[in-house]
Design a protein around this ligand. Structure first.
Ligand SMILES: [Zn+2]
Ligand SMILES: [Zn+2]
Length: 339
């Protein structure tokens, strides 16, 4: 068996390099994966640009990894060698902090985060906590499953955990990495689905993905159009543009919620009257746990939700990351290894 494996690690802010590392053995409660695919996500910039507080270099980024288990550490139950699994942003919860004790593992105060607090999936081999594994259905390719472990579960969970009923109006702002999945989930969950983006370029795609209605936010006042349609019970804000979120709030129905999943550094400007009249809310949601990821993958197989991806080999991870950061990815870049 090989004694080393290739990995792409961040060594300094903005610098990735391909290295050979010694083959690791899984510790107690861990498994070792042969990575088949790993998605490249905007959140990887927290690692690669060194923005995560306390981040230590070198660090292998990647929190959308799919692979096969090739070694089990001591005290691992319920997983077997050869099994296909995924590891998302959720790398394991501590089990003893207050949110954990209240059953809210994703908000664990000591969360293990793949590619941030521990090495991630830009590599041929990765160690993962068994408690962070999602089983990957056979019907899903590794490359398709990878983005579903992050952009997928984020939008899927945001919608299924909102107080929505079948037929409610759901608007998805942004037709990009998150939004193109959000539209598919919203439609297949039975909501009246509206896509909002700038210009008409994405209209046809949004319709093909399942949007019943398309709003060009450059040509029309999106909030006014949503009100004409009856008001959105939920607006899923996926574009990393805070400036475009505030003006959408008057497009919510009474007791509607703007759910923020697209993260930009700037604050969101809100007119308080738009919150008070109609008892509207703004909420955030953070991805999901391993079982949420598994639910997302199963739903996606059953309902034929798939990400639109471009694949690259491991040695081109740096170029692919740069393209994604320049907003040139259509829509998710995925590293594939030995596929
Ligand atoms: Zn991600
Ligand atoms: Zn915890």
């Amino acid at each position: 068996m090989a004694t080393t494996y290739d990995a792409v690690e961040a060594v300094a802010p903005g610098t990735l390099r391909l290295v050979a590392r010694p083959m690791p053995e899984p510790g107690a409660g861990q498994v070792r994966l042969r990575v088949e695919a790993c998605g490249i996500c905007h959140t990887d910039s927290l690692t690669i640009e060194g923005q995560w507080p306390g981040l230590r270099f070198p660090r292998v980024p990647g929190h959308e990894a799919v692979g096969r288990i090739d070694a089990l550490g001591p005290a691992v139950a319920g997983w077997r060698i050869g099994q296909r699994v995924g590891v998302g942003f959720f790398g394991g919860a501590c089990g003893h902090c207050e949110p954990c004790r209240r059953g809210d593992a994703i908000n664990c105060q000591n969360l293990i985060i793949s590619g941030i607090t521990t090495d991630g999936g830009y590599a041929e081999v990765m160690l993962a906590e068994a408690r962070a594994l999602a089983s990957v259905p056979d019907d899903l390719s590794a490359a398709d499953a990878a983005p579903l472990l992050c952009a997928g579960v984020t939008t899927y969970n945001a919608l299924r955990n909102a107080s929505l009923r079948a037929g409610d109006l759901v608007a998805v702002q942004g037709v990009g990495g998150l939004g193109h999945l959000g539209i598919q989930f919203a439609r297949r969950m039975g909501f009246r689905t509206v896509a909002i983006a700038r210009g008409r370029e994405k209209e046809q795609l949004a319709t093909e993905l399942g949007a019943h209605t398309y709003i060009d936010s450059e040509a029309e006042d999106a909030a006014a159009t949503l009100q004409r349609l009856g008001g959105a019970k939920v607006i899923l804000a996926t574009a990393a543009s805070s400036r475009s979120m505030g003006p959408l709030i008057p497009g919510l129905s009474s007791r509607g919620t703007l759910i923020v999943v697209g993260a930009a550094a700037e604050p969101i400007e809100v007119n308080p009257a738009h919150l008070i009249f109609g008892a509207r809310a703004i909420a955030g949601t953070l991805t999901g746990t391993a079982i949420d990821e598994e639910d997302t993958l199963r739903f996606s197989v059953r309902e034929q939700v798939r990400p639109i991806i471009e694949t690259v080999p491991l040695e081109r991870a740096g170029d692919a990351y740069a393209r994604m950061m320049r907003n040139e990815a259509r829509f998710r870049m995925v590293i594939t290894i030995g596929q």
